[in-house]
Ligand binder design. Structure first.
Ligand SMILES: Cc1cc2nc3c(=O)[nH]c(=O)nc-3n(C[C@H](O)[C@H](O)[C@H](O)COP(=O)(O)OP(=O)(O)OC[C@H]3O[C@@H](n4cnc5c(N)ncnc54)[C@H](O)[C@@H]3O)c2cc1C
Length: 285
């Protein structure tokens, strides 16, 4: 099958992009890396009148340290998160997750902004935004606003963005020397979407863990923050008892659906195993 014919626009500012969207009466799609959108067009799951290419918008490019936070332009490619020194130093969970996202050809085109805008519950980067406590910089009718990751993911493929809004950049609190982190996932084959995955970011003072943020993906309709598990390790050393308590508490954090391939009970089991691995990795950071 081929995509339906569409008009193409390549605005060079956010204002022009919004004008193009409004000019199409909303029957338009933004395109960043095209790695999810182009297959959807080809299968006619989406058939917009106008495709608005975001690639020439300067505010969506670049990676800068701004005080205590790292601003990652929405057009940053998945592949860049593997190599960019500022990301490796201050958003290490993104760099740790990147090799698990799809395959090199897709990572060369796909963008962080596209992935977080799409908010696939099985994707690595949206969940890592939760683990890192990032804020999304969104451009819309009333200008720019910022939405914390905790409020951004609302339901299956539904975020705090409304149609026509653009995810301009991600603001990640910069990790420093006191931070420890771990990422892992379980997939049938490397590059496949994970059966379950997750990341942890925390501060460590001696043996004691503080302010842990645990986020899992492929365990429900959105990426999930494991707050009950976090409470079991906050302010404690990561010994076997604390890890086991966090694994037990995780049951109340996740609500995986049954599907044809993986029953919910299996996902729960895998999530517990994965959390144990993540916390043991954290201990040895
Ligand atoms: C074979 C294959 C395997 C894959 N495996 C994985 C995987 O293991 N893990 C994973 O996470 N992903 C995977 N992906 C998806 C890939 O990572 C995509 O690149 C990513 O999900 C979307 O980024 P993009 O820049 O390509 O977005 P696009 O495809 O351009 O857009 C995706 C959606 O977001 C909207 N959009 C894009 N950018 C913005 C923006 N800045 N503001 C508002 N809306 C926007 C578009 O309108 C569209 O609806 C896979 C894709 C393929 C084809």
């Amino acid at each position: 099958m081929k995509a339906r014919a569409f008009a193409y626009a390549r605005p060079s500012s956010l204002a022009e992009a919004h004008a193009a969207f409004d000019g199409a009466d909303g029957d338009a799609s933004y395109i960043s890396g095209g790695q999810s959108l182009v297959p959807a067009l080809a299968m006619r799951l989406q058939a917009p009148q106008v495709l608005i290419d975001l690639s020439a918008i300067p505010e969506m490019r670049g990676i800068q340290l701004e005080g205590e936070s790292l601003r990652i332009g929405g057009l940053t490619r998945h592949a860049e998160t593997l190599t960019e020194p500022l990301i490796r130093a201050h958003a290490p969970l993104l760099a740790a997750a990147a090799p698990f996202v799809a395959h090199p050809a897709i990572r060369n085109r796909g963008t962080v902004g596209g992935s977080v805008a799409l908010a696939d519950p099985a994707s690595e980067f949206p969940a890592m935004m939760l683990a890192m406590g990032a804020e999304m910089e969104i451009s819309g009718a009333s200008g720019l606003r910022r939405v914390p990751a905790d409020d951004y993911f609302q339901d299956l493929y539904q975020t705090a963005m409304v149609p026509g809004e653009i995810l301009v950049a991600l603001h990640v609190p910069a990790a420093g020397p006191r931070h420890v982190w771990a990422f892992d996932e379980m997939a049938r084959r490397r590059g496949d979407y994970a059966m379950v995955g997750g990341g942890v970011l925390a501060e460590r003072d001696g043996a004691v863990i503080a302010n842990p943020r645990i986020a899992l993906f492929s365990v429900g309709p959105t990426p999930v923050r494991a707050r009950n598990a976090e409470a079991e390790i906050a302010g404690k050393a990561l010994d076997a008892d604390a890890i086991a308590a966090a694994q037990r508490a995780l049951d109340a954090d996740i609500d995986p659906l049954d599907d044809a391939e993986i029953p919910a009970a299996m996902r729960r089991h895998l999530a517990r195993v994965l959390l144990g691995r993540l916390l043991r990795k954290l201990e040895t950071c």
